[in-house]
Design a protein around this ligand. Structure first.
Ligand code: ADP
Length: 458
């Protein structure tokens, strides 16, 4: 910050002070050249005197034009050395100009008389800063034009600028110091604290800092604190998953190997019933592994949906029929408005409905399940309602998280991977569908999603 300000100030100095004299000098040189150019055109004119004095006033220069018949002089400022040129001076000027092809520019730096414009005092200036230029031009066969101008007032201007710059620099540096101190207190210190706390973030730890006066720092602090919570949650979920999956894998594997061994040891135990146990357990394993693979696939952003227009009413009806066949002890009621079409990935939507129904069966203790597919404004709304154990309000936001299980004790009959709803969520989010759950503990749950209705021919 400080370096930046000093950089700007030096740039300022460079342009304001260092370059200004060069710039001013070249402008003045141009000016004396222009004046002599003008005079060249009128050197023969009867009114040469008038031209000389008016140009002298206009351009603030001192002019002397020496022709065969005239010697015109005019001065716009206090004292001008062209006033009392000696014969030698004129000769010297002429020689120099001739040598140089007709013109010559003298850069003088010498003692001179100076008239103070305010009070008319004349004094001798003995100062290196006193500078003037004299431009000499020979007009062939006509005479000599000499133009002189002072560069001296510039040094006064530069001094004023320098003083101003010092004052401005002082103020700017002071303001910068104050600003740096304020920023340090309000931004750098909080960021340092947050940074220190964030170092342990990878372990899911984050020491929540006290309130800062700077709002963005508070927000950053809050974000990191949330991130730490998420990391802890994800970490916990990972541990839960390992616990769940290893438990859920071990149970069917133990059953499969146990029943297999039993039938080898006791051939009389080879029965359809025992073989069915092995098949069922293998199916459960299959489901679990499929769920895990599915979820991993769905989490991949690049996986695209295979969308088509299809009859959702028909799909829901078919799913209900399948479940009614298999779960004969359940009372599955359908409330379906026919021919409601949607534009979606049929297989994925089928998967969502399966997940909702499977959960209703697993957690719906009283075996009454209602499945609806109805038109709601411009949407088709699919609802799966059970009269089961319900979900506590504090668990509701988490059930859509991967590997989240309300009941972590594995006591219940159902073996689930804990990612059924996370899969449903991924699918519905990818469809930009509205979805959710309403649930009351011990009364039951209602899971739903909505998709925009489509005309059949679209
Ligand atoms: P799981 O394989 O454990 O069923 P899900 O992702 O399908 O995994 O569900 C996550 C958790 O949400 C379940 O463990 C359960 O606690 C809760 N849950 C889901 N559906 C219902 C429901 N219909 N009634 C009560 N709780 C439910």
């Amino acid at each position: 910050m400080m370096i930046f300000v000093l950089g700007i100030l030096s740039l300022f100095w460079l342009f304001e002070i260092a370059f200004i004299s060069n710039f001013y000098e070249s402008t003045k040189i141009q000016e004396v050249e222009d004046v002599s150019e003008e005079l060249t055109k009128v050197i023969n004119d009867n009114y040469l005197d008038n031209y000389v004095s008016s140009l002298s006033r206009q351009k603030d220069v001192c002019i002397r034009v020496i022709t065969n018949s005239k010697d015109s002089f005019a001065n716009a400022y206090g004292y001008c050395k062209l006033n009392d040129l000696s014969y030698n001076d004129v000769f010297y000027y002429t020689v120099k100009a001739k040598e140089n092809g007709g013109t010559y520019l003298f850069n003088n730096n010498e003692k001179m008389l100076y008239l103070e414009p305010e009070n008319g005092n004349i004094f001798l200036i003995d100062n290196k800063d006193v500078k003037d230029i004299t431009y000499v031009k020979i007009v062939e066969n006509e005479g000599l034009i000499i133009v002189n101008t002072l560069l001296t007032p510039l040094s006064t201007t530069i001094k004023t600028l320098e003083t101003q710059l010092f004052i401005v620099a002082g103020i700017v540096i002071l303001a910068t110091v104050v600003l740096v101190l304020i920023l340090n207190k309000r931004i750098v210190n909080p960021i340092e604290k947050i940074n220190n706390s964030a170092k342990s973030l990878s372990q899911g730890k984050y020491l929540n800092n006290s309130n800062f006066d700077y709002q963005e720092a508070n927000e950053l602090n809050e974000t990191l604190s949330n991130a730490a919570n998420e990391i802890t949650k994800a970490d916990q979920a990972k541990r839960d998953l390992i616990a769940n999956v290893s438990h859920d894998l071990r149970t069917p594997l133990t059953m499969i190997s146990g029943y297999g061994q039993l039938m080898i040891d006791f051939p009389e135990e080879i029965s359809d019933k025992n073989i069915q146990v092995i098949i069922d357990e293998a199916d459960r394993l299959n489901c679990l592994v499929n769920d895990l693979l599915d979820f991993a696939k769905l989490e991949d952003e690049k996986v695209l949906l295979n969308k088509e227009v299809f009859n959702l009413s028909m799909l829901v009806k078919q799913i209900i029929q399948e479940y009614t066949m298999v779960k004969r002890d359940f009372n599955i009621v359908g409330n379906i408005e026919p021919n409601l079409f949607v534009y979606a990935d049929k297989k994925r939507i089928q998967q969502v409905i399966h997940n909702f129904i499977a959960n209703a069966i697993n957690y719906g203790n009283n075996k009454d399940i209602e499945i609806a597919c109805l038109k709601k404004d411009n949407d088709v709304m699919v609802t799966v309602i059970d009269k089961g154990e319900g979900i506590k309000a504090e668990d509701i936001p988490n059930i859509w998280d991967r590997y989240y299980k309300v009941d972590k004790t594995h006591q219940r009959f159902h073996v689930g991977s804990g990612i059924g709803l996370a899969i449903a969520k991924e699918i519905l989010v990818k469809h930009q569908a509205v979805f959710g759950v309403e649930s009351v503990v011990n009364e039951g749950s209602k899971f739903y999603f909505k998709l925009p209705i489509q005309q059949k021919d679209q």
